[in-house]
Each structure stands twice: as structure tokens, then as C-alpha cells.
Ligand binder design. Structure first.
Ligand code: PLP
Length: 389
């Protein structure tokens, strides 16, 4: 058929050489995916079963990332979401219904708490918050309508390590599912499924991305029936992850091991140096005995990440804590972590039920890939300036 040049813009006849073999996963973008014939048209979300039906459910780039996260965490299937918070809301919306009850630790990631108190409550799901050191005691707070127990270990900012196997055992005895936010361990330093989790999630935004330039999340399960509930809800929520971002995350994965190794060593030496400082009351680093749940970390984890907190001595005012953070030069101030840049954020827990004793004196650090000695010098000069503030 002869074609006008304007038609050729859409239906070209050009041929390029085939057989390009690259080391990178191609970025497949696409909403429409083509069907071979009229009868083949379907709208199935499970691309592993149905083949590709629509870009919303993932292109080969998305599925490559999903499969690789699943391989690392040793699950059955992984679903990629547009952020870690997206994975949290997907899991809850997929697994809960009106009348259900959820147990969440006080040390939970803040927006996870808000999702429970704002969105889930509006849809008739109630949440109770438990102390992260509850262990076996979780059995006493499981209600007849409890459907799901959430763990996050270590907790966000306050860093308590949880007895996940004990909580999982109590959960399963009561027929309750256990979900864990495994972001801190990057899905590798804590084997969630071996410790009893039914579903794991990660903010891939953090260590898998690794460069502060993308937002992605993952929800992984070992159970086919749970995967089907997650997938069916994911389809209807309509939250597709960008294949471009998935490509960046796939690149991040290639250097995950070396970044984690360097960050672990650097964070440990900085945490130990901080523990000796007169300004510091406590170092909340799971690999240090001063961290609540340290013994559980030793028992259950195979490594430590680069995020931990310090609590400054009671004599320091909020203005002085701010002065400490503001005086840091290499450490920048900002949300999120797991990138190559060190970060510091001050929190005020005076009115926070979980750990009011930390008051305004808790500062969370993210250790990046700068030279450890330079980061220590930076912290030392900021302590000096804090005292004069
Ligand atoms: C950052 C974070 C999330 C949310 O991830 P986003 O990609 O920022 O939405 C969830 N859980 C934990 C523990 C986190 O640190």
C-alpha cells in the first residue's frame, strides 16, 4: 500500500540491524500492548499467566525488576508500586475489609500510621498500635477480627528491633497474616520469609534505587493466593510504576552489594565514635548494644544498614539540637535515605506516644558514600558549634 509521508510518521517501513546484545535491560515504555488478533484481546493483570495485555500491569522492564526483587527476597511473586508508601497502601487495601482490625507497631513509618488512622478508619478498618518490644505478648492483643499484623524492624527513627519470629508464630496460631516493612535491610540483611512473614514490602526508593533519584516500592509474597489478591487490587488502583524508574532501579541493583558493604562499615565506625562522645546520651544503631532489640538483631540479621539515630544529652535545648544539624556541612537535611549523600534530620518526640523520653533530642543520620573520616570531622565541628549556640 502506498503511504503518504504523514502516515509514514506512524507506520514506517525502515529496517535497522537486529541482534544488538547489551548488558542492560531495555526500557520498554508502553500503555498499549498489541494483540495478534481480535479474539486475543483481554484485560488480565497477571502478565505471567496471560502475557502482556496493558502497560498498566507492567512492561518487561517492570517485570524484570519485580522478578529480581522476588529472587533476592526468595518470594513467589513481587508487584512493583510507584513508591514504598504505594506498596503499604496496596497491601492494606488488598488484604483488609470493613470490620477488620490491624496491629501496627508504635515505631512504624509515619505515613503508614497516617494511612491507618485516616484512610483505613474511613473504610471501617480499625488499627491498634503496639509496643515494638511486645514479642510473644502480641497474642494478648490479637482480637477476633484481627486480620493482619504489621512489623517494621528496626522501627523508623527510633530503631527498635522486633522479635518477628515470635510475632509471626502468634499471628499464625490465630490465623492472622504477618506483613513486614523490610526497607532498612534492603530485603537482604533480614530474611523475612524465613522468619515467618507472609508479605514483605520495601521502599525501593532507598537502597535499591540508591541515588535519591527515583520513587518505587515492592510488595512480595510467598503465597499464590495472596499474590492474586494483591494483583487484582493493584489493577484496580491503577498505580503503575514508570518503566524508566524501574530501569534506574535495575541499574541500582547492580551496585547494591558494594554500596551496602561500604555503608555498613562506615556507619558502624561513625556510630561507635558517636557512642564515645560526651554530647550523646544514646546511639540507636541495631548493631550496638545500646539499641533496643540489639540481641534480636544479632540473632536474626546478617548485616546492618547506614541509617541510625542518636539521642543527645538532656541538657541540650531544641535550639541547640537544630544548631547541631544546621552546622553540618557534608550531611544534608532532607527526607528519604539510602542514597550516596549523608543526611541528618532532627525530630521532636515530646508529644509522640511511642518514645516521649527522647523529647526533642533525637537526630536520625543516613550515612552515604563520603569518606567516613570526613563525616566524623563534620560531626565533631557541628558538636562544637552546638555547644555555643
Ligand atoms: C521511605 C520509607 C517508606 C516509603 O517509601 P517511599 O518510596 O518514600 O514512598 C516506607 N517504609 C519505610 C521504612 C521507609 O523508610
Amino acid at each position: 500500500m502506498a503511504k503518504h509521508w504523514k502516515t509514514k510518521l506512524i507506520h514506517s517501513d525502515v529496517k535497522v540491524p537486529q541482534g544488538f546484545r547489551s548488558l542492560t535491560v531495555p526500557i520498554y515504555r508502553g500503555s498499549t500492548t498489541l494483540f495478534p488478533d481480535a479474539a486475543a484481546v483481554t484485560d488480565d493483570w497477571d502478565q505471567y499467566e496471560a502475557g502482556y495485555t496493558y502497560g498498566l500491569y507492567g512492561t518487561p522492564t517492570t517485570l524484570e525488576l519485580a522478578s529480581r526483587i522476588c529472587e533476592l527476597e526468595q518470594g513467589y511473586r513481587t508487584i512493583i508500586t510507584p513508591g514504598g508508601q504505594g506498596a503499604i497502601s496496596l497491601i492494606k487495601l488488598a488484604l483488609l475489609r470493613a470490620g477488620d482490625h490491624v496491629l501496627v507497631p508504635e515505631s512504624i513509618y509515619g505515613p503508614n500510621r497516617k494511612f491507618a488512622n485516616d484512610v483505613l478508619r474511613r473504610f471501617g478498618v480499625e488499627t491498634s498500635f503496639y509496643s515494638p518490644d511486645i514479642g510473644n505478648g502480641i497474642a494478648e492483643v490479637i482480637q477476633a477480627n484481627t486480620r493482619l499484623i504489621w512489623c517494621e524492624s528496626p522501627g523508623s527513627i527510633t530503631m527498635e528491633v522486633q522479635d518477628v519470629p515470635a510475632i509471626a508464630q502468634a499471628a499464625h496460631r490465630a490465623g492472622v497474616l504477618l506483613v513486614i516493612d523490610n526497607t532498612w535491610s534492603a530485603g537482604v540483611y533480614f530474611d523475612a520469609f524465613a522468619h515467618g512473614a507472609d508479605v514483605t514490602m520495601q521502599a525501593l526508593t532507598k537502597y535499591v534505587g540508591g541515588h535519591s533519584d527515583l520513587l518505587l516500592g515492592s510488595a512480595t509474597t510467598k503465597d499464590k493466593a495472596i499474590y492474586e489478591r494483591l494483583g487484582a487490587t493493584h489493577q484496580l488502583l491503577g498505580c503503575a510504576a514508570s518503566p524508566d524508574d524501574c530501569s534506574l532501579a535495575l541499574r541500582g541493583m547492580k551496585t547494591l552489594a558494594v554500596r551496602l558493604e561500604k555503608i555498613e562499615a562506615s556507619a558502624l565506625s561513625i556510630a561507635r565514635w558517636l557512642a564515645e562522645r560526651a554530647e550523646v546520651e544514646n546511639v540507636l544503631h541495631p548493631a550496638l548494644p545500646s539499641c533496643p532489640g540489639h540481641e534480636l538483631w544479632k540473632r536474626d540479621f546478617t548485616g546492618s544498614a547506614g541509617v541510625f539515630s542518636i539521642v543527645l544529652k538532656p541538657k541540650f535545648s531544641k535550639q541547640q539540637v537544630y544548631a547541631f544539624v544546621n552546622s553540618l556541612e557534608l550531611f544534608k537535611i532532607g527526607h528519604s535515605w539510602g542514597g550516596v549523600t549523608s543526611l541528618a534530620v532532627a525530630y521532636d518526640f515530646t508529644h509522640y506516644k511511642g518514645r516521649p523520653e527522647y523529647q526533642h533530642r533525637i537526630v536520625r543520620l543516613n550515612i552515604g558514600l563520603e569518606e567516613g573520616d570526613d563525616l566524623i570531622s563534620d560531626l565533631a565541628q557541628a558538636f562544637d558549634l552546638m555547644k555555643n549556640a
